[in-house]
Design a protein around this ligand. Structure first.
Ligand code: NAP
Ligand code: 3JN
Length: 348
């Protein structure tokens, strides 16, 4: 384990950043110091940490001089601009945005699935999209057992995935509707209260959204198998915390629901919650605030030879963002990988 780990949290005032600080404290992450960074807007504000609070500082290119590890959750633009400066200062970066995920120089890591990919890091490690993380935690053990060939996924994503302003928007719209007022629409293109929007992130030329293509590409990179075909439909639903996913897989080898249940019961990070007779299945209300990825509704896809259907739920801000990033940081320490070989690797 490295001797010291001076840690910075970039985006410490946001929905993910606040969960990051709380996760670091709860897991007693062995940082020798913690620096909270955000934009000039919140410089001087306080961020709760452990039993006290941190004073938020403005992020600049000079912020990383005395920092060994920085966890970024401040959007792709901020990561693109500042992560190379952090690496140039000798600081290892774990980035929560999509900026570096598909870059060949950057491992894209879910520790339960591909922690070994960290060994070749060059300074920036990418944290996958929340919807991808919870899906691959459940799919990797099934892939190891039966080789997944195709995944069809539809998501039901909570508003917290869009950040603090979207949480406030859903609360406000519900209150306005119950008071017979016209709901204000600011964050999403349509009302989110009592509605579903099949639109997350921007539309691309192929008519998929960027969120859908993130799931497709990231899954293949993390599972290290280009033969897995993935198609996704991502939907925003009026839920505060917890993403749900209906997932259909086609495998090379036959896997019965009982076999899949047995495999998943032993899988790291997974909790099987599947007893239809007792009306027991995962729900976002129960997953919120939990670390595990919950899997239920396991059943045979009777329309094909080797198919399974399942329902996967996790706390998108916790396992989908903060917890996965902290687990990556823990793994870097455990593998003695808190070092940058080439400080110029990401400078243009
Ligand atoms: P949020 O609640 O809107 O918070 C945004 C954070 O970024 C705030 O701390 C904000 O600081 C900071 N920030 C914005 N612009 C900045 C700048 N120019 N310099 C420094 N700090 C800046 O959003 P969130 O939900 O926490 O998400 C933040 C990012 O995390 C997202 O944009 C996304 O890239 C990533 N994310 C990833 C996942 C995932 O799937 N793994 C899930 C959610 C989010 P101020 O308070 O000063 O504005
Ligand atoms: O919408 C969700 O539920 C997850 C959102 C993730 C997100 C939000 C803003 C920017 C991302 C991400 O992690 O993919 C990004 C980004 O592209 O960095």
């Amino acid at each position: 384990m490295s001797k010291q780990c001076r840690l910075a949290v970039v985006g410490a005032t946001g929905a993910v950043g606040r969960e990051m600080l709380s996760t670091l404290a709860a897991r007693k992450f062995p940082a020798t110091s913690v620096t909270a960074l955000a934009s000039a807007r919140s410089a001087g504000n306080k961020a709760p940490f452990a039993d006290g609070e941190l004073t938020v500082r403005e992020l600049t290119a000079e912020s990383f001089k005395d920092i060994d590890l920085a966890i970024f959750s401040a959007g792709g633009g901020t990561s693109e601009q500042f992560a190379p400066h952090a690496v140039a200062a000798g600081c290892v970066v774990v980035d929560n945005s999509s900026a570096w995920r598909m870059d060949d120089r950057c491992p894209l890591v879910v520790p339960e699935v591909n922690a070994h990919a960290l060994d070749k890091h060059r300074g920036i490690i990418a944290n996958p999209n929340c919807s991808t993380i919870q899906m691959v935690v459940a799919l990797k053990p099934l892939h190891d057992a039966a080789r997944i060939r195709r995944v069809v996924v539809s998501t039901y994503q909570a508003v917290s995935g869009t950040g603090q302003k979207a949480i406030t928007e859903l609360e406000t719209q519900v209150r306005q509707l119950f008071n017979m007022q016209e709901p204000e629409i600011k964050v999403y293109p349509h009302r989110i209260a009592f509605n579903c929007l099949p639109h997350i992130d921007v539309f691309l030329e192929n008519d998929y959204t960027k969120e859908e293509m993130k799931m497709t590409r990231e899954t293949v990179k993390i599972m290290e198998d280009p033969k897995i075909a993935v198609t996704a439909t991502c939907v925003r639903v009026p839920v505060f915390y917890g993403h749900s996913e209906s997932v259909n897989i086609e495998t090379e080898k036959k896997l019965t629901p009982a076999q899949a249940r047995a495999i998943l019961s032993q899988a790291p990070g997974v909790q099987v919650y599947d007893n239809p007779g007792q009306k027991m299945y995962p729900m976002p209300l129960d997953a919120a605030g939990e670390d595990a990825v919950f899997v239920g509704r396991l059943r045979e896809d009777e329309s094909i030879a080797n198919g399974l259907n399942m329902w996967i739920v996790a706390d998108n801000i916790r396992k989908g963002a903060a917890l996965n990033a902290v687990q990556i940081a823990e793994e870097l320490l455990a593998r003695n990988l808190l070092r940058v070989q080439d400080r110029n690797a990401f400078l243009a």
